[in-house]
Design a protein around this ligand. Structure first.
Ligand code: NDP
Length: 302
């Protein structure tokens, strides 16, 4: 293997540590801990694990982290009321509504009820608009983690060609805009893209956010490229025993590692960065709401 394997866990732990220091400083200035509220609706087992991890990491960073759990049967209006109460709660700096929501609830309506200044997931239409306009704002966590890892690996990203595979509002589109903000030349691919192998082979940075196990073979990767594998796919692992499973990304890791300069593993790459960016956003939101210019809390333009 020639690629450097990017240790997202280690980078995330360092960010958590620095956020923890800023949080301690903020607590002194605010007279309270920065607060993160995580709303979990329904009993999706994967969501429960994600929420537990977010709450635990926020608490460890010194934040006041609350979990609001509601049954899958609550109505959309009730969900929006919960969000509005959190908007009005002065001790809450960041609000996160864990996705997916039950089918009868319009996720967009609930997300857009979040006060954009508390939108630590960066998913409201206002946050998306601020990103598009190059205005200061809270950026979506997973794409922000991708950019940070690419910068750590490659330094200044100016002029790099980036291929983002996937165009979701959660990952693909904001990732493309964030790399554009870094002066990269960005291409977005999706299910109707006809020349994916060629596009991939010419990219200095590949962001794979599709959700299809190992769909990107190693020989699509340009020698020396930086591969950021966002995909999380559970596949059968008969080698571990009957009925066992394991997680893989969207990229064929072993083969891609022979060509890439840097590559993120799954698990342990982008995943841990997502929560680190959430904590950083919460710290940023708390500082901005109190009009405190804490070093390191500014993100995006400005
Ligand atoms: P979506 O399902 O919303 O989007 C998938 C995208 O992939 C779509 O834009 C789709 O295109 C595109 N796509 C599908 N098939 C192909 C194909 N054959 N060739 C090219 N593009 C294709 O997924 P998300 O963006 O929400 O998530 C993507 C992956 O990232 C998932 O595995 C998810 O679990 C993971 N994820 C990981 C996170 C982390 O913290 N590590 C956080 C968030 C997500 P089209 O628009 O044309 O349908």
């Amino acid at each position: 293997m020639t690629a450097t394997i990017i240790d997202g866990k280690a980078v995330a732990a360092e960010i958590d540590r620095r956020v923890g220091e800023a949080v301690a400083q903020l607590e002194g200035l605010l007279g309270r801990k920065p607060g993160l509220a995580v709303v979990l609706i329904g009993e999706d087992p994967a969501s429960e694990v994600y929420v537990r991890n977010k709450v635990r990491r926020a608490t460890r960073a010194g934040m006041n982290s609350t979990e609001i759990r509601k049954p899958a049967t609550i109505s959309q209006d009730e969900a929006i009321t919960i969000v509005r109460q959190l908007n009005d709660n002065p001790s809450v700096d960041g609000i996160l509504v864990q996705m997916p929501l039950p089918d009868h609830i319009d996720a967009g309506a609930v997300i857009d009820a979040i006060d954009p200044d508390k939108d630590v997931d960066g998913l409201t239409a206002v946050s998306a608009g601020r990103l598009l306009a190059g205005e200061e704002g809270l950026r979506p966590c997973t794409p922000a983690g991708c950019v940070l890892l690419a910068e750590q690996a490659m330094g200044d990203l100016t002029g790099k060609s980036v291929l983002v595979i996937g165009r979701s509002i959660l990952v693909g589109k904001p990732a493309a805009l964030l790399f554009l903000e870094k002066n990269c030349t960005v291409t977005i691919a999706h299910s109707r893209t006809v020349n994916l192998p060629e596009l991939c082979r010419s990219a200095d940075i590949v962001v794979a956010a599709v959700g299809r196990p190992e769909m990107i073979p190693g020989d699509w990767i340009k020698p020396g490229a930086c591969v950021l594998d966002v995909g999380i796919n559970r596949v059968a692992a008969p080698e571990k025993g009957e009925g066992q499973t394991r997680l893989v990304g969207d990229v064929a890791f072993e083969a891609a590692s022979r060509n890439a300069g840097w590559i993120t593993p799954v698990p342990g790459g982008i995943g841990p960065m997502t929560i680190a960016m959430l904590l950083r956003n919460t710290m940023t939101a708390a500082a901005r709401r109190a009009d405190i210019d804490l070093a390191g809390t500014r993100q995006g333009a400005g």
